[in-house]
Design a protein around this ligand. Structure first.
Ligand code: ADP
Ligand code: MG
Length: 262
């Protein structure tokens, strides 16, 4: 529970003047024995949650995500390998507060990017800074900065947000230099910020992805410490929709899958 003076100071700092005014009126009534509920401001559990709510209501001027996807738009019945309770629990963002890693693994089209964006949006709502980047774009930016002597600056940029979302790791293998640069980023963020990584490759295949089993082991060692690994199984949601609409039959299934994997 926040004491009244601290609450007023915080509301002033957050420029929540309307709430500050009603808080003072409420407080005065409560002190006079007129509280309707016996406690001042029972809904404000802590200064932290209030600050979070306020920060979450301010969306960044530019969305960090390529598209808008929400948990409300995710059809859990289409993905029985997922536990909706586990995803809703992750949406509360405790794992981000703890600096944990979340790995979303599975074949193309099963909703990894959808869930990554939806959880990223929940994190922003909770007041966390979030950066979303495709794995290939991330390593390209790190490699370019390295060549131009700005690696440290770029590393600091990617190390800063509380949650870094790296999407589609493994679609293309990294060259050994890129894998080493990625390792430096993972080390820099280790136990400081959270990361959410989506990949169509299982953890056992990451040696191939990074082109070097030693670097892959070092990366995994840091990522898997305090991690949540969710493996989604099943068919591509896009294919399912098409199948429902009768657009394809089993004869062109393999062609569609090959296209999806690209
Ligand atoms: P992945 O990243 O696993 O390849 P995406 O998240 O890009 O898959 O999903 C492909 C498309 O299908 C997206 O438009 C996404 O919103 C949609 N989609 C996937 N799974 C679901 C689902 N269970 N409910 C609703 N939409 C879904
Ligand atoms: Mg994806």
């Amino acid at each position: 529970m926040v004491d009244h003076d601290a609450l007023i100071e915080m509301l002033t700092r957050l420029k929540l003047t309307a709430i500050r005014t009603s808080s003072t009126i409420f407080w005065t009534k409560w002190r006079g024995g007129n509280s309707p509920c016996g406690k001042p401001w029972p809904s404000f559990a802590s200064a932290r949650s209030l600050a979070r709510r306020s920060a979450g209501s301010r969306w960044p001027a530019r969305s960090p995500f390529p598209t808008v996807r929400d948990l409300s738009g995710f059809d859990f019945s289409a993905q029985p390998s997922l536990d909706p309770g586990q995803i809703r629990d992750l949406a509360v963002c405790r794992w981000i507060a703890h600096g944990d890693t979340l790995l979303l693994l599975g074949p193309p089209g099963v909703g990894k990017t959808h869930l990554a964006i939806a959880l990223g949006r929940e994190a922003i709502r909770e007041g966390y800074s979030v950066l979303f980047v495709a794995a290939q774009a991330l390593v390209a930016a790190l490699a370019k900065a390295h060549q131009e002597g700005r690696f440290e600056e770029r590393l600091a940029f990617y190390a800063k947000p509380k949650l870094l979302i790296v999407d589609e790791l493994g679609y293309l293998p990294f060259d050994p230099n890129a894998a080493h640069l990625f390792f430096q980023l993972v080390s820099r963020r280790y136990e400081r910020g959270s990361r959410l990584i989506t990949s169509n490759r299982s953890v056992g295949e990451w040696g191939e992805v990074f082109g070097d089993p030693v670097v892959a082991t070092a990366i995994l060692d840091r990522l898997l410490h305090h991690s949540h690994v969710i493996t989604i199984r099943g068919d591509s949601y896009r294919l399912r929709e098409k199948r429902r609409a009768g657009i394809f039959n089993s004869a062109n299934l393999n062609m569609e899958k090959a296209h999806d994997a690209r």
